[in-house]
Ligand binder design. Sequence first.
Ligand SMILES: Nc1ncnc2c1ncn2[C@@H]1O[C@H](COP(=O)(O)OP(=O)(O)O)[C@@H](O)[C@H]1O
Ligand SMILES: [Mg+2]
Length: 286
Amino acid sequence: MDYIITTEQLTKKYKNFISVNKVSMHIRKGSIYGFLGPNGAGKSTTMKMLLGLTSPTGGSFMVDGGHFPNDRISILKKVGSFIESPSFYTNLTGRENLDIIRRILGLPVNAVDDALELAGLTEFGNRLAKKYSLGMKQRLGLAGALLGRPPILILDEPTNGLDPSGIYEIRNLIKSLPSLYDCTVLISSHMLSEIELMADDIGILNHGRLLFEGSLDELRQSAVQEGFAADNKPGGKDTGLEDMFLSMIDKDNKAIKAPQSDKVSQRDKVSQSDKVSLYRKQRARL
Ligand SMILES: Nc1ncnc2c1ncn2[C@@H]1O[C@H](COP(=O)(O)OP(=O)(O)O)[C@@H](O)[C@H]1O
Ligand SMILES: [Mg+2]
């Protein structure tokens, strides 16, 4: 298998807290890899390590044949990134903002127009960033990541804070990227409903540990095997998948809190079913 990013027991420890715990990921070249997990799971920390923004305290990783940290510079040249909410100079236009990044990266002048076009922002390039809608700001962040058409994109929750139509727009854009130009996308989210519509492969992270890695089909098969079968609700073909995801997280949370696990209270059960219905509601809105 042709992997473009692999991590081996990648770990990040802050004092006595383990944020990322022995994570071994395998990202196929040309794929969209959905990195899924609840808030605080360690997604951003993992991505920051891949981008050289924070150092691993254990394990290692490789990007496109290069080892970190020895090949740090050549790795970074191959990666475009969008980490958390990107900030811009709001008194400058979208185009001017991109041009600043372009100069820092030492890219040719036409890289800005190319990135604006890839991100669907050409007609708004000359508008001040402060006049951009949230969706347009996210697109500008993506355009920044796309400057120079890097072969690898690392996108940390790029749809965070967007309304359903903004999510739909950004999702379609990201989905189209590997066919627009030859790239691999690592994208994080805390919502399965979002990831399942984009990703070829999925990694599920909870409390810093990778609980599952495989294709969407493999996750579906596991869901059926575990009894989370598809039901007949309208548009609900994959509710079994969501239940599987929530159950996986819930089981892991309970295992971590093992001393209290023999006292599974009614309240826990209720809160779990509430969570399932909340996720279903979120899906229904998208
Ligand atoms: N600089 C830091 N110092 C201490 N703990 C941190 C630091 N950065 C992140 N963490 C902790 O690591 C865990 C994972 O955080 P993060 O990677 O941001 O999760 P996610 O992106 O999945 O929401 C959280 O519990 C967070 O509080
Ligand atoms: Mg995060």
